[in-house]
Each structure stands twice: as C-alpha cells, then as structure tokens.
Design a protein around this ligand. Structure first.
Ligand SMILES: C[S@@+](CC[C@H](N)C(=O)[O-])C[C@H]1O[C@@H](n2cnc3c(N)ncnc32)[C@H](O)[C@@H]1O
Length: 463
C-alpha cells in the first residue's frame, strides 16, 4: 500500500549507501519515431515514459498497460484485454527510487532521526532541480504539481473551516507543523549542500513530502517510489495491490478482474477511510466502506466527581502506546466505525466508550467505588459490565446518545451550508475540495447516525 504520511522524522529505518548522483539520462528519447504521439511536449513525455523505463530497467515492465490522463490525474489503462490473474506489471527494484539515491554528501549531513519520507523528498527535490540533467527527468516531470494536489495540507483557512468538526482538521494542522519543523531542521543541510542547485523553500519541501506520502510504497526494498506502478489510481473495493516479489527482485500487480482495452485499471492502496484519503492522498470517494469517526468524550468541568473520575480514567483507560500518527492518544478519544446492526447484533458502539460513559454517569463516589471492586473481581477492566441498576445503565447510554446527536446536528448544519447557494461567500474553496469536505462529513454522519440508532435501540431494549 502507498506509505501513509506520518511526519518526516517519525519512521526510523536502516539505509544502505549507494551513490547514484548525479547522472545524466542515458537513453535519449526519440519522440519523432513514435506512432500516434500527440504533439504537446507533455503528452510526448507520457507516451515515451514506459519505453524509457523499460530501457532503463533492461526488462519488459508491462505489455498490457498504457498511461493517459483521466479525471484522477495520470492513470493506467488496459491497452489490450486483461484477464483476472494476469500479471499486469513488474517493476524491477533497480528502477525503484529509494533513500539509497541520496548523494552520500547529503546523507552524511542529515541526522539519523531524519525519516524516510524526508529522505525521499530530498531525492525528489534534487532531481527536480537538476531538470533535464537528471537521470529521472522523464519520471519527475510526470509527477503532479502542487496546484494539482488536494491534500488538506494545501487547503487554505477558509477551506479547512469546512472540516473543522472532523479530526482531519487537527491532523492537518499537526502534519503541517511537523513538515515545517522538519524543514527548519534540514535547512542547514540544504544551505551547505544545495547552493549550486539554488534554494529549496518550505513550500517545495512540503510538496515533495506530500508526493512521497501519496505515492511511495513501504516494501522489502525500503520506502520506495515505484515508477509506472505509481500511476495506478485507487479503488477501495479492488482486491489488486502492489506486491513485492523478492525472488524476482521486483514489484508486481496481479489483475483482480477482467478489463477490456481502454478501461482504467485500479488497485487498492489500503483499507483507508476518507479522512485518511484526503489527508494523505488528496481525494475522497463518495461512499467509503472504511469510513470512521474520531470522537472525544470529556468529563464536564462542573462535575463534582471530576478529579476522581479523571484519576480512574488515567488508571484504567490510558492507552499503552502512542497512536499510529505519533500523536498522543488521549484516554477520552475513540474511533467509531459504522454500526452495521441497529438491533444489537454485531459490534455496536465500542465497549471502551460505553465503559467510559458508565464511569462518567456515576453521581456518587460509592458508585465509582463499586465499579473498581467489580473490576477487581472480574477481568480487571473498569465498567465493562452493564450497570447493576437498569436506570443507571440507560442514563449512561443516553448521555452518549446526546453526544452523538450533537455531533450529528453539527455536521448536518455544515453540510447544509455547503449545499446552499450562498455558501460560496461562507467558504471560498475549490469545488473539488468542497466535494471532498461533503464526502467526509456525509461519511461521518452515516457512522454517527448508525451509532446513535444502536444506542436508542439498546436503551429501548432495557425498558
Ligand atoms: C499513486 S498516485 C496515482 C497517480 C496519479 N493520478 C498521478 O497523476 O500521478 C496517487 C494520487 O492519484 C490520485 N488518485 C488516486 N486514486 C484516486 C481516486 N479514486 N479518485 C481521485 N483521485 C485519485 C490522487 O491525487 C492521489 O494522491
């Protein structure tokens, strides 16, 4: 799966050194000999891309795919009939771009704490500056420009306002902060090494990091840009993925269905929610089965038992580790997935959230003490069993329910204002970003509603 972006310094891995810089392109492109190539320089570059890469790799990469533009940007299309199980591309490790492509002078200057995304971003920046003198020029010149990318890190304040209710808002701020911090840490390296190449700005670095985050794969070959394979776009329900074949030292894709010539071939990057897709890849899908919502459930400031409850939360609910994005998980934040069955079958609302609601709904210290005793007598976890008094159990779940209703109302209001005619004055945003915000909020709404219905039914079942 393409590598999820998590801040440039956060992912320690080992690297081997290999000086491959600078190179000049060894295979001159002969545009004039190509049939049917349209005349614009860019379409010529696209048309020549696969022959250029196959020449560089000294092997056939694909005999069934070709590159063209679609509404998803550059895309791969079936150039002949493809059948389920066909191997549609094989990209040898020798033409992957990894941190090994960093010049040793730079590698020597950057600290051990610099992560793989930052290293690969620097490789891209250097080759971009080299222009036609770079051995990777045909590849670099096919990569999306910043203006063509819609990752939330590139959204302006007004656009971000559309998704303020979602955790994506905070995650975007965090990601931007991380990249800016990483850029400041790397600045001396850029200044001492890259004088001959000109300045790299923070904007350049952010663009390069986002390119890497949205199109590099973590494989046995390390974090790698895999030219050609990285022109495949995402379909959340596809079973096709990019795989590493270590025996043959290549990355490959096996078709998960039949394609007729001219059809776009899609793969699945991962089981990603729209929150992840918009943050790390700059797009959403209208109905995403992997959607989820991050919610926070706080102890009211005026609760007379607040200190006691806080202490219990720290003791019983503290997460053992930081979450995947390196952000500190708080004891009161939860991931909600769609609750499939409103009638009590299936997983329902997370047990940990219901346990927290039981703790927060206690109104006396005796009730809290009883929960602690019960935990000691059972599996050590607090408030995992229904409260002894049915009224209290209902009360706890009603408290949760009112939180969900509030979150639903907030999202409904934002979606309505996004849909209304005069919303352009409220949110000065690109239409594509507005649609992404809608997809995100509609997905979150669907999940919150499913959880809310489940809670209603649970309370009803107790009466
Ligand atoms: C690995 S690249 C795929 C090639 C890319 N289209 C290009 O122009 O280079 C991933 C990027 O493609 C675009 N993309 C992939 N799947 C998409 C989809 N289902 N809808 C919209 N954009 C998509 C997004 O911009 C994403 O960041």
């Amino acid at each position: 799966m393409p590598f999820r972006f998590r801040g440039c310094f956060a992912i320690p891995r080992g690297w081997s050194l290999q000086h491959q810089f600078p190179h000049s392109s060894s295979i001159p492109l002969n545009f004039s000999s190509l049939p049917h190539a349209s005349s614009s320089p860019h379409s010529l570059l696209l048309h020549n891309f696969l022959p250029w890469l196959e020449n560089k790799a000294s092997s056939t990469i694909s005999s069934s795919l070709s590159i063209a533009n679609s509404s998803y940007g550059k895309s791969l299309f079936a150039s002949k009939t493809i059948q389920t199980g066909d191997c549609i591309l094989q990209v040898p490790y020798t033409v992957h771009i990894t941190a090994d492509n960093l010049p040793p002078e730079i590698r020597y200057l950057i600290g051990e704490d610099v992560g793989n995304i930052a290293k690969l971003a620097i490789v891209l920046l250097i080759h971009k500056k080299l222009g036609q003198g770079s051995e990777w020029y045909p590849y670099i010149s096919c990569l999306p420009l910043q203006d063509e990318m819609h990752n939330t890190i590139f959204w302006n304040e007004s656009e971000l306002e559309m998704i303020r209710q979602s955790s994506v808002y905070q995650e975007t701020i965090y990601q931007k902060f991380q990249i800016e911090k990483d850029f400041l840490a790397l600045r001396p390296v850029f200044e001492s090494f890259c004088q001959s190449l000109g300045d790299f700005t923070c904007k350049d670095f952010m663009h390069a990091c986002t390119l890497v985050g949205s199109r590099a794969w973590g494989s046995t070959n390390g974090l790698s840009l895999i030219p050609f394979a990285d022109f495949l776009n995402h379909d959340g329900i596809s079973e096709a993925i990019v795989m590493s074949d270590d025996d043959n030292q290549c990355s490959e894709v096996i078709a998960d269905r039949d394609y007729v010539p001219g059809e776009q071939v899609l793969i699945r990057y991962g089981k990603f929610s729209n929150a992840t897709l918009m943050l790390d890849f700059g797009f959403t899908i209208p109905y995403n089965i992997y959607d989820q919502v991050q919610i926070q459930f706080d102890i009211p400031k005026h609760d007379p038992l607040r200190d006691m409850k806080l202490e219990l939360l720290q003791r019983y609910f503290a997460p053992p580790t930081k979450d995947v994005k390196g952000l500190k998980c708080s004891v009161n934040s939860f991931t909600i997935k769609e609750v499939k069955s409103a009638r009590g079958k299936g997983k329902g609302v997370p047990q940990s959230l219901r346990a927290l609601a039981r703790v927060l709904s206690c109104t006396t210290s005796q009730e809290l003490y009883h929960l602690v005793v019960e935990a000691a007598q059972t599996d050590g976890r607090l408030a995992r069993c229904p409260l002894q008094h049915t009224d209290n159990e209902i009360q706890a779940h009603k408290m949760l329910s009112s939180l969900f209703i509030q979150l639903i109302e907030e999202r409904n209001a934002t979606i309505m204002s996004l849909d209304s005619c005069d919303s352009s004055s409220l949110y000065e945003s690109l239409p594509v970003r507005r649609q992404m915000a809608r997809d995100l909020l509609h997905g979150e709404l669907r999940i919150l509603k499913s959880a809310s219905t489940w809670l209603e039914n649970y309370c009803f079942s107790l009466t």
